[in-house]
Design a protein around this ligand. Structure first.
Ligand SMILES: [Zn+2]
Ligand SMILES: [Zn+2]
Length: 393
């Protein structure tokens, strides 16, 4: 016989296995709770309990339609062992400590949809086309001034450079995900019919991050891999860019922001005198875009790359505060500087609202090596930041 407190409205149940309790309002939806005696536990719960018994000492068990909650007295096994034993029965345990209390929340594994490379391939080809067209339009003004003879050379070198930077960024995430046992898809490139010809690329993470150290690696891997390719591309691009008098530029010319890393590269290659400016070759534009993408991804908000890192360092509550503060700040920065930031602020509010599931094991602290990675991520963010990325005229 087992006693159960059950809410008929939302499906919340508490199985009284360890301590006697009684309440008549559901802790989750405040409806009336009914106490019942049952002969045995549901089969799936029995299976979960069998695994739980091998891993920790717990009290009563609470469930809702999505999760099973255990209040833990003591773990018998390491967090890694707890995770792997539940994964065998297709559950993901989230191990948490709040106010000195340990608990485990089990979620059933997200359904693994079959993976077809077709969509990745089609988007990849479309993005090659859209970035080539974008590169063509970047190259055309260079012909008028006699710097490029064939616009298709500019078009193809731009497309190749931007695809290489974005692809390397995403493959950085993909390989680190695989190394840490996280199920991730190959990159999806996003074609776009304007300026750069793409809105970047993404991978889908289809399982959960095992621990905070892995979350740091996952967040840093893309931006680090991407910038390591963007730097040599920027160097080549700047070498290909002519220096012209500023008077060449018309009212509709685009002026790009110069983050520290870009200034460092440009100043060590060319000497631009007062009244002159670099007329960016499409390859330099791709390098610049790679730096811009690095900054955008490292913004510490929601589930962006910087968000993974912030969540691992700050925990759930401060990660949430930070996400909202950054989103609201971006919105206001946009009013006074580049309007695009306001749009990012609005997207950021949604990301902040959605939050971050965190990694499964959040009780093992970050080790020294991963603190260094946090430092590298902060440095990358600083050297790639630009307040006004694009200005017209
Ligand atoms: Zn309820
Ligand atoms: Zn990324």
């Amino acid at each position: 016989m087992v006693k159960v407190l059950e809410c008929e409205r939302c499906g919340f149940k508490e199985y009284l296995l360890a301590e006697e309790k009684s309440y008549d309002r559901c802790p989750s939806c405040q409806s009336i709770v009914i106490a019942q005696e049952k002969n045995d536990l549901p089969t799936q719960l029995q299976e979960i309990i069998n695994v739980a018994n091998q891993n920790f000492v717990y009290r009563n068990i609470k469930t809702d339609n999505y999760s099973v909650f255990f209040d833990i007295d003591e773990l018998y096994k390491t967090p890694e062992e707890v995770i792997s034993s539940f994964e065998k029965i297709n559950f993901y345990p989230f191990i948490r400590r709040e106010k000195e209390k340990l608990f485990v929340i089990l979620r059933s594994s997200p359904p693994k949809k079959g993976f077809s490379y077709k969509k990745n391939l089609i988007l990849f080809l479309l993005t090659i086309i859209s970035t080539t067209i974008a590169g063509y339009f970047m190259a055309v003004p260079h012909i008028e001034y006699g710097f490029i003879t064939n616009p298709w050379v500019g078009a193809i070198t731009f497309s190749f450079s931007i695809m290489l930077i974005l692809g390397t960024h995403e493959m950085g995430h993909y390989l680190i995900a695989r190394k840490n046992g996280v199920d991730a898809t190959l990159p999806y490139f996003i074609p776009a019919p304007f300026i750069l010809g793409t809105m970047g690329a993404v991978i889908n993470i289809r399982s959960f991050i095992p621990d905070k150290n892995s979350a740091i690696e996952l967040g840093l891997s893309g931006p680090l891999a991407g910038i390591l390719v963007a730097i040599p591309i920027t160097i080549v691009g700047v070498m290909l860019s002519p220096i012209v008098p500023i008077t060449v530029f018309g009212e509709s010319s685009l002026f790009l922001g110069e983050p520290l890393i870009f200034q460092l590269i440009a100043n060590s290659i060319v000497n631009v005198a007062e009244g002159y400016s670099l007329y960016l070759h499409p390859v330099a534009f791709a390098g610049w875009a790679g730096i811009f993408v690095t900054m955008l991804n490292l913004i510490p908000m929601g589930q962006l790359d910087g968000g993974h890192i912030a969540r691992a360092v700050l925990g759930p509550i401060y990660h949430r505060y930070l996400s909202f503060i950054v989103a609201i700040s971006l919105f206001f920065i946009g009013i006074f500087t580049w309007a695009g930031w306001s749009l990012w602020g609005i997207i950021g509010l949604y990301l902040a609202y959605r939050g971050h599931p965190g990694s499964m094991n959040e009780i093992t602290p970050l080790d020294e090596k991963h603190w260094i990675m946090v430092g590298i991520a902060i440095i990358l963010f600083i050297i790639s930041t630009m307040i006004v990325p694009i200005k017209v005229g």
